[in-house]
Design a protein around this ligand. Structure first.
Ligand SMILES: Cc1cc2nc3c(=O)[nH]c(=O)nc-3n(C[C@H](O)[C@H](O)[C@H](O)COP(=O)(O)O)c2cc1C
Length: 192
């Protein structure tokens, strides 16, 4: 696939639509390596990846679901949500908890560290697409909760920006959808 096709054909595929097949090590390695080529200001390389594969996914899901339970009052607790979180990785090959490590250089603002890490995420999603691997960038469940971050040994200024699920699917290709064309989001030569 050429670059434009990889970009436009990358689609969010829910982990429930994965088929349980495992990504070969060499392909997953390629996905991880792509993260490291993200642009970043001041050579801070702020992306940190916590990877779970078949040896860690069940532990991750159990931790995530139990954290949801302990983080919420019993009146607000939803059994269905608990079960969704608990079972989300059942057909996932690999999951990356993607974090932003902040503060390595005091002159680099956090927004730039987040931008760089988001670029690392996109590098991985595109590399997945190029290899026929489906992906899902989720921020649900406990993603943004302080206790979630704490379990990964992150500092309070660090941020987790996504749970990236990777796997294969048997579902037909999903049609991409955007509300407006790019031209409606561009102003050329704004007279200032
Ligand atoms: C920062 C970020 C957070 C996201 N969080 C979620 C999420 O929590 N749940 C979800 O269903 N999709 C999430 N998505 C995926 C979007 O729903 C998806 O990208 C959007 O629907 C466009 O579809 P496409 O990725 O197939 O082009 C997230 C995407 C980004 C970039």
């Amino acid at each position: 696939m050429d670059l434009q096709s990889i970009i436009s054909k990358r689609r969010t595929t829910k982990p429930e639509d994965f088929n349980g097949a495992i990504i070969p090590e060499a392909i997953f390695e390629e996905i991880l390596t792509a993260a490291n080529w993200a642009p970043n200001h001041g050579q801070t390389e702020p992306w940190r990846l916590f990877v779970f594969d078949k040896n860690g996914l069940d532990n991750f899901s159990s931790f995530h679901a139990e954290l949801y339970k302990s983080n919420i009052s019993s009146e607000l607790f939803l059994q269905k949500k608990y079960e969704t979180i608990r079972s989300r990785t059942q057909k996932t090959s690999h999951l990356i908890v993607l974090a932003v490590s902040t503060g390595s250089k005091s002159n680099i603002p956090i927004i730039e560290e987040i931008c760089a890490t988001a670029c690392a995420a996109q590098n991985m999603l595109l590399t997945a697409t190029a290899n026929g691997v489906s992906s899902y960038w989720g921020t649900g469940g406990m993603t943004y909760e302080p206790n979630f971050k704490k379990a990964f040994g992150l500092k309070s200024a660090d941020q987790i920006i996504g749970l990236l699920y990777f796997g294969y699917t048997n579902q037909p290709e999903i049609e991409g959808k955007r509300n407006t064309e790019i031209n409606q989001k561009i102003k050329f030569n704004l007279n200032l």
